[in-house]
Ligand binder design. Structure first.
Ligand code: SF4
Length: 441
């Protein structure tokens, strides 16, 4: 069968993820005519690439049925994306033909050129009932094809943007809950500016109105050894905003220790003017357990400087981290009050396979896991677990800590309660799965 006759599809559940579009571009540049979908029930073909971004996808019965249907029809299913750091789990739960682990461009190019899978990098497959993982590598050159952009990309909404784009890979941080340094490494590898701008133009032409920059390390574009390269970052933002318009660019996530006056001026002039800092906790003990590596005074200073430059500071917090005591939690509430951020994200600590957090969670007694321990305090009547109660309390508290405090109305109270219950249930399911595959391993 020639390339033109081979039916190839790429899909991600519910979203056109940047990773799925990138892999679609690799397949197209290998001479095929792939199509892309966010409706997994539409997936079929000779080769089907599934990009999965949440461990929860592995528990999705509709997804399991889709994989089996494609295989029964004679197709080959290849799974990749952020979940691929746990290939044993993917194979055990979904039984695809092949897994692309880690960076996918070279692996997919190799697969599509018909090479022996054992010769392709970053792949995993089962042979003689054993999981074989091929050589793992990160591409040095980091040259990316234009993504495969669907015609209806303009209808997508991810936190206000239609798509995220990748400008560089890696993070010099060591945060124990994060897979970025484990998958992409601690050294920053940056794309050429021309190539990024060509991609931005292509997205704009297809109807994308707002673009966001991927990752927790926005200002590390072209940085070396953790030193911010302000001029490269300014050039990046100016280039993107000259195509999209400054009010249609967002660079949401920047480390609190990676801002300079020039970075803040550029964010103010060329983006929607917000920065989300990964604050995580107000307790130095918990920050140490997380290996966050950013002192609280640095966070305080970053928030203050944002305001001086007209940038609105926001922050994300994690609660329920192993070992978080009542005092640690109170310290987080106190910090939230002190910072008075313009917006806040709260999440319960979620173990991601192969991260230090997952190792800690797998090694601890399940009864000590705050996401499972029943809460007996202020919210006992709501039948929450301790981590859920803390997340719920932080959400209510955040409303009161805004620069203009907001009374939480009944409808919003219910939204917060549902959100914390969902997070708790999802994380318990994910934790159970990870323990099943990696405990004692
Ligand atoms: S700073 Fe952000 S991207 Fe880097 S390791 Fe920590 S959470 Fe991950």
């Amino acid at each position: 069968m020639n390339n033109r006759m081979t039916k190839v599809m790429v899909g991600a559940p519910g979203l056109y993820t940047y990773g799925a579009m990138r892999i679609g571009g690799v397949i197209r540049d290998a001479g095929f005519h792939p199509t892309i979908t966010r409706d997994i029930t539409k997936l079929s073909g000779d080769k089907v690439f599934l990009s999965l971004y949440s461990t929860l996808h592995l528990l999705d019965s509709a997804l399991k049925d889709t994989v089996q249907k494609i295989k029964q029809e004679g197709g080959t299913v290849i799974v990749g994306g952020p979940v691929s750091s746990g290939p044993e789990m993917i194979m055990g739960e979904l039984s695809p033909d092949l897994i692309v682990c880690g960076e996918g461009e070279e692996a997919v190019s190799c697969i599509m050129s018909g090479q022996e899978i054992s010769e392709c990098p970053n792949c995993a497959y089962v042979e003689d009932e054993k999981l074989i993982v091929t050589r793992q590598q990160r591409s040095e050159e980091f040259v990316c094809p234009l993504p495969l952009i669907p015609d209806d990309i303009g209808s997508q909404d991810i936190r206000g943007a239609q798509t995220y784009i990748e400008t560089h890979r890696g993070c010099f941080g060591r945060c124990g809950f994060c897979q970025v340094p484990r998958v992409f490494g601690r050294r920053i590898r940056s794309r050429e500016l021309d190539e990024i701008l060509r991609e931005v133009k292509a997205f704009h032409k297809k109807g994308v109105k707002r673009i966001a920059l991927i990752g927790g390390t926005g200002s590390l574009y072209r940085s070396k050894d953790g030193e911010v390269n302000s001029s490269a970052f300014i050039g990046l933002l100016e280039g993107i905003s000259s195509i999209m318009g400054p009010k249609n660019v967002s660079c949401p996530d920047i480390r609190a220790d990676c801002i300079t006056d020039e970075v803040l001026e550029a964010v103010h002039a060329n983006t929607i003017g917000w920065i989300f800092f990964g604050v995580e906790s107000g307790s130095e003990n918990i920050l140490k357990a997380m290996q966050k590596g950013i002192p609280l005074d640095t966070v305080r200073d970053a928030v203050e400087r944002c305001r001086q430059f007209g940038v609105r500071p926001a922050g994300s917090f994690i609660t329920g981290y192993p070992g978080e005591s009542e005092e640690d939690f109170i310290a987080t509430k106190d910090l939230m009050e002190e910072l008075s951020l313009d917006d806040v994200f709260i999440s319960i600590a979620e173990p991601i396979p192969k991260t230090p957090l997952a190792d800690v969670v797998c090694g601890m007694n399940p009864e000590d896991d705050l996401v499972s321990t029943p809460h007996s305090g202020e919210y006992a009547a709501l039948h929450l677990t301790e981590a859920e109660a803390r997340a719920f309390d932080l959400m209510l508290h955040a409303d009161m800590c805004r620069p203009v405090p907001r009374m939480t109305q009944d409808a919003q109270y219910k939204v917060y309660l549902e959100e914390t219950r969902k997070q708790g249930t999802d994380i318990r399911n994910v934790t159970k799965l990870i323990r099943q595959y990696y405990s004692g391993g």
